[in-house]
Design a protein around this ligand. Structure first.
Ligand SMILES: [Zn+2]
Length: 568
C-alpha cells in the first residue's frame, strides 16, 4: 500500500521515492516530481540499488504471481520493465558444507543484469551487482566466506549471457572485405582522403588510401561507404567495465579499446578472456590493477602498506596479464615508489590517483607514468601551475583528465543533463533516472560552467606543453560520455583532429600499442569506426556511429545498442 525509500547508496546515487497505492492508481513522488500513475494488473515497488531486501520481496512476489516474463515496477518512467529468470538450484560451498540456494538473474531494477540468491526459505542469501559504476556485493553474514564463490558464479552466468548477446548480434562482415567510397580520417594528422578504400583481411588492415592507389583483391566483398567517414576505433582510457552490458555499448559507440581502471578481479579477467577469444563481442580490454593503502577507509580488496605487500600485489596482477598498476588515494609515498619500481621491473606502467598528501609533481617524480583525473588546482596561467605542467612534460606523464565525468557530476543539480549530453535521451530508464538525479546541489549553471572551463583551460595548457592527454570517462553515461569527452577537448581549444587523436593514437602510444593500433595504416589491427558524417567538420559527428569494426569484425551499431536496451 505504501513504499518509501530514501537515502544514498553510493556517492552520487540518491534514492528518494514515495509511492502510495490507491486502487488502480498510485501517487508516485520520485526524481523531484510527483505524478499519478495508472497501475498495471501486476506490479511491484522497488527503487534502485538499495536495500536488497526489496529485491528479495520482488522475487517472492514474482514467484507467487505466475513468474511473468516482464514485471512492471514503480517508480519508473512512469513504470519500468523488469525481467527475471530462475537459473536453478545451486549449492554454495561454505566452510566445508554445501548451502542449498536458488539463483536468479534480475534485469531492469538497475541497468543490466544482477545475480541474486535466495535460500530454501526464500530469504536473501547474496546479491552481485554494481552501483554508480563500481562493483557492489551483498552477502549474508554467515555466508561471507563464500564471497569469492558468489562473484565467480555470477561471472560465469554473466559471461554466458554476453555470449548469447554476441550470437544474436552477429557481425555483418568478417574475413576479407573492402570498405569503398568513404572519407578516411586516418588519425595520423594527415588530411582527410576523399573516396577512399580500406581493405581488411582476417582482422588486419591490408591497405588503406585513395581509391586510385588501393587494389581491392579479386572476389573480395565490398561495403559501400559513400557519404561516410572512417576514423580509427575510439579508446576510453578510464573505465570500470563492471557489467557485461558495457561490452556491446562500447562497440555501438565506436569504442574498440578500453583501459579498465579497477574492477572485480574474477569478473574483469574472465570478460577480457571471453572478448580476446572471440566468444564475446566487446572492446579490447587493457587492465590496470587497483591497489590502495591499508586502514578502514581503504578502497577495493588489494592493499599495500609495506614494500613486501607492494611487490606481492604487483606480481599478482602481472601474473594475471594486467598491463598497469592503479595506485589509489591511501598509498603512502614510499609505497608509491615501491609499486612503481616493481611494476617497471616487470615491464608494467603505473597510473592512478595522486595519493592523499602528495602533489601531482611528487607522484610523477615517484615513478607514476600516468595520472588519472585532472589533479591540478589553480588557473592554467598561474606560475605554480605552469611549473607543474613543465615538470609533467619533462617526465612525459600521461594525463586522463575525465572532464566529461566532472561535467556530469559538477553540473548544477536540477539543470537538464540533455543540455550538454544528448545521449541521455537514449539510455534505459533506470540509468536515465540515475543520471537525471546527478549533479552538484547549491550552485547555478553559470558557476558550474566556470568551474568546468577552468579545467578545460588546464587541459589546453597541458596539450600545448606537449603533455600526452588521453580521453577517459570514468564511466559516466555508457558510450555517450566518450563522445562528450572528445567534444569537451574541442571546447577546450583543441582541433577536432587533436581531440580525435587523444581518443586514438595518443592513447595507443600511452599504452605502447601504437605499432598495432590507433591509426588507419597498412598492417595495423582493423579497429575502425564508420561515422555518418565527418567529425573534422563538426566534432559532434563523432556521435553518429553507423558501423564499428573490431579486429576485422564489422558490427551494426544500432543492433548493438538495442541488444542492451539503449535506443540507437
Ligand atoms: Zn575511475
Amino acid at each position: 500500500m505504501h513504499f518509501a525509500a530514501k537515502g544514498k547508496s553510493y556517492r552520487f546515487v540518491n534514492v528518494d521515492s514515495d509511492i502510495t497505492v490507491d486502487r488502480r492508481d498510485a501517487r508516485v513522488r520520485a526524481d523531484g516530481g510527483e505524478a499519478r500513475v495508472a497501475l498495471p494488473e501486476q506490479f511491484f515497488t522497488v527503487d534502485g540499488y538499495a536495500p536488497f531486501s526489496a529485491q528479495m520481496l520482488l522475487l517472492r512476489y514474482w514467484q507467487q504471481h505466475g513468474r511473468p516474463r516482464v514485471l512492471k515496477t514503480v517508480p519508473g518512467l512512469p513504470t519500468n520493465d523488469v525481467f527475471i529468470e530462475d537459473r536453478g538450484k545451486t549449492g554454495a560451498p561454505i566452510g566445508g558444507r554445501t548451502v542449498p540456494l536458488r539463483q536468479f538473474v534480475v534485469d531492469g531494477v538497475v541497468w543490466g543484469r544482477e545475480t541474486i540468491w535466495l535460500d530454501e526459505r526464500g530469504g536473501l542469501a547474496a546479491a552481485i551487482t554494481r552501483a554508480g559504476g563500481l562493483s557492489f556485493e551483498a552477502v549474508r553474514e554467515d555466508l561471507e566466506p563464500g564471497l569469492v564463490w558468489f562473484v565467480e558464479q555470477a561471472t560465469r552466468d554473466r559471461i554466458a549471457d554476453l555470449e548469447a548477446i554476441t550470437r544474436a548480434a552477429q557481425p555483418m562482415r568478417t574475413g576479407t572485405y573492402a570498405l569503398t567510397g568513404a572519407t578516411i580520417v586516418d588519425g595520423t594528422g594527415a588530411g582527410a582522403i576523399r573516396d577512399g578504400v580500406v581493405v581488411i583481411r582476417d582482422g588486419r588492415i591490408v591497405d588503406a588510401g585513395a581509391r586510385s592507389a588501393v587494389r581491392v583483391p579479386d572476389g573480395a566483398a565490398t561495403v559501400d561507404g559513400a557519404g561516410k567517414t572512417i576514423v580509427p576505433g575510439l579508446w576510453d582510457m578510464h573505465t570500470h567495465v563492471t557489467q557485461i552490458e558495457w561490452a556491446p555499448v562500447y562497440l555501438a559507440a565506436g569504442v574498440t579499446t578500453v583501459r579498465d581502471m579497477g574492477n572485480e578481479f574474477e569478473f574483469i579477467t574472465a570478460l577480457r578472456d571471453a572478448v580476446a577469444s572471440g566468444r564475446a563481442a566487446g572492446p579490447r580490454l587493457l587492465l590496470a590493477g587497483l591497489v590502495d593503502g591499508g586502514g578502514p577507509n581503504a578502497f577495493g580488496v588489494e592493499y599495500a602498506a609495506t614494500p613486501e605487500e607492494a611487490k606481492r600485489v604487483v606480481d599478482k596482477y602481472r601474473g594475471a596479464g594486467f598491463q598497469q598498476m592503479k595506485i589509489y588515494s591511501l598509498i603512502t609515498p614510499p609505497i608509491v615508489e615501491a609499486i612503481c619500481a616493481e611494476a617497471h621491473r616487470l615491464g608494467m606502467t603505473v597510473t592512478g590517483h595522486v595519493p592523499t598528501g602528495m602533489t601531482i609533481d611528487q607522484a610523477a617524480a615517484s615513478g607514476m607514468d600516468h595520472v588519472a583525473h585532472l589533479a591540478i588546482r589553480g588557473e592554467a596561467d598561474a606560475d605554480d601551475v605552469r611549473r607543474t605542467i613543465a615538470f609533467l612534460r619533462e617526465r612525459k606523464t600521461v594525463i586522463d583528465p575525465t572532464q566529461s565525468w566532472n561535467e556530469l557530476l559538477g553540473h548544477a543539480a536540477g539543470a537538464p543533463v540533455a543540455a550538454f549530453q544528448p545521449g541521455i535521451a537514449k539510455i534505459p530508464p533506470p540509468l536515465n533516472r540515475l543520471f537525471s538525479n546527478a549533479g552538484t546541489a547549491g550552485i547555478d549553471a553559470a558557476t558550474a560552467r566556470t568551474r568546468l572551463e577552468r579545467g578545460l583551460r588546464i587541459v589546453k595548457a597541458l596539450f600545448d606543453a606537449g603533455v600526452p592527454v588521453v580521453a577517459g570517462t570514468d564511466e559516466g553515461i555508457p558510450g555517450h560520455s566518450v563522445h562528450r569527452e572528445i567534444e569537451l577537448y574541442v571546447e577546450a581549444g583543441l582541433t577536432p583532429m587533436q581531440a580525435l587523436q587523444a581518443a586514438t593514437i595518443v592513447s595507443a602510444r600511452a599504452m605502447k600499442l601504437d605499432a598495432e593500433l590507433g591509426t588507419i595504416e597498412r598492417g595495423k589491427r582493423a579497429d575502425l569506426t564508420v561515422l555518418d558524417a565527418n567529425p573534422l567538420d563538426d566534432i559532434h559527428n563523432v556521435r553518429r556511429v553507423r558501423w564499428t569494426i573490431h579486429d576485422g569484425k564489422m558490427y551494426d551499431s544500432a543492433a548493438l545498442w538495442r541488444s542492451v536496451r539503449f535506443e540507437p
